[in-house]
Design a protein around this ligand. Structure first.
Ligand code: FAD
Length: 382
């Protein structure tokens, strides 16, 4: 079976690695010249990390990860709203860990060694005449025909545009998240802390070697570019002065920042996942806000499910495998995305009364239920 995977990100590399195990040799095209740091770490929980068992990469990933044991939510004035014991997950489904995206990509790339990975290449056209193969043109002037094209080219998928035409539904919070790395030796290595303020958000997430810092604010309140680091740092110091007064690490993390990466807090949901022999996977199908820490985990799980369905067909029956794959995954993926959108609406608040009401709800929310929901999510067939 001739399979083209567009995008060597989390979904694309996981799928390529699973297909290699079936003796299939996918072609993978990646627009970037090489893998680069995107400034963030990924909370991996068993929804995604369990897929690494099947790739014989679980232990390697865990050796590069930091186990999270505590998750604290603080209000804008520095008072503790909730304190969640994440170690409760460990015994029943496995731990929640933080790994840098760069390291996870390295591990998946290693698992996908043997696939025909072509960097600096993208798809320029896709034709699907009748029942036959998809005809694909590449940016390097070459072309090929494939039984299946899987678009794993992320939130702003160009392949989705080429093959489906229609625009996905967009959910935009109106906020941006700036993330960066900070060396903060004093920070407790297994503790995630989020400060949910009014009009501002700050998160500290320790990964091996350094802490990922995340500052959220309304896009229309920004008066400086994150690439202008000399002006951006005083802007952040000013915006987060109140929070930094209660938690000195916030101020220090801004002081030591050397590069800020900006992420608009918006996502997408495609109306269709399948068009003939083209299928969307990962953020290209259902893009995720980072709020629930679910996008990469869900992408890995879906890649494994797609590979599983493909293992039962030959090239002729690819459309059947795609149909079953969508039935198997779509409702759970969209539910996960709904959860991340609900959390975003709670975190990205810019109104004092709503922020107060939210804090009251969080203070009294039974966090055991939150943990139970994560455990139950692992017991869904997916
Ligand atoms: C700050 C931040 C924190 C996050 N934290 C978490 C977390 O804690 N847990 C979690 O599960 N998820 C998290 N996510 C979400 C997660 O990163 C995404 O959901 C996940 O990366 C989706 O994987 P993907 O393979 O679909 O897309 P991507 O990982 O974005 O990969 C897409 C790939 O396609 C390539 N590409 C793009 N266009 C083309 C093209 N035209 N042709 C060829 N190649 C192309 C890109 O270069 C890239 O390599 C976070 C996201 C952000 C921004």
């Amino acid at each position: 079976m001739d399979i083209l995977v567009v995008g060597a990100g989390i979904a694309g590399l996981t799928l390529a690695a699973k297909l290699l195990q079936q003796g299939r040799k996918p072609v993978v095209v990646e627009r970037a010249e090489a893998f680069t740091d995107r400034g963030y770490a990924i909370v991996l929980y068993p929804l995604g990390s369990s897929v690494l068992h099947g790739l014989d990469k679980y232990n390697e990933a865990m050796a590069s990860a930091q186990v999270g044991r505590t998750y604290e939510v603080i209000d804008g004035k520095g008072s503790l709203l909730q304190d969640v014991d994440l170690s409760m997950l460990g015994g029943e489904i496995g731990p929640m860990v933080l790994v840098t995206r760069t390291r996870l990509i390295e591990i998946l790339h290693d698992a996908a060694r043997g696939a025909d990975i072509r960097f600096n290449t993208t798809v320029t056209e896709i034709g699907q005449a009748g029942e036959g193969k998809a005809q694909v043109g590449f940016s390097d002037g070459t072309s090929g025909s494939f039984d299946l094209v899987v678009a794993c080219d992320g939130l702003h998928s160009h392949t989705r545009k080429l093959a489906f035409g229609s625009e996905p539904e967009v959910f935009d919070t109106g906020w941006d998240l700036w993330v960066w790395w900070a060396e903060l030796p004093e920070w407790q290595q297994d503790k995630y802390v989020e400060s949910w303020g009014n009009g501002r958000f700050f998160g500290l997430y320790p990964a091996p070697g350094h802490v990922m810092c995340a500052a959220g604010m309304r896009r229309d309140h920004l008066n400086v570019s994150p690439t202008d680091i000399e002006r951006a740092k005083p802007f952040l110091k000013d915006l987060f002065a109140g929070m930094a007064e209660k938690n000195g690490t916030i101020g220090r993390s801004i002081d030591v920042a050397t590069k800020l990466y900006a992420w608009p807090m918006s996502d997408v949901r495609a109306q269709k996942w399948i068009n003939g022999r083209v299928c969307l996977l990962g953020d290209a199908a259902v893009g995720f806000l980072p709020t629930a820490g679910a996008g990469a985990n869900t992408a890995m799980r879906c890649a494994a499910s797609l590979a599983d369905e493909l293992s039962r067909v030959d090239g002729r029956l690819v459309p059947l495998a795609l149909e079953v794959f969508e039935k198997r995954c779509r409702h759970i993926v969209e539910k996960n995305q709904n959860d991340s959108r609900t959390l975003a609406k709670m975190i990205f608040v810019d109104n004092a009364i709503i922020a107060w009401g939210r804090d009251e709800i969080i203070k009294h929310y039974p966090m055991a239920k939150f943990v139970k929901d994560i455990i139950n999510s692992m017991k869904q067939p997916f």
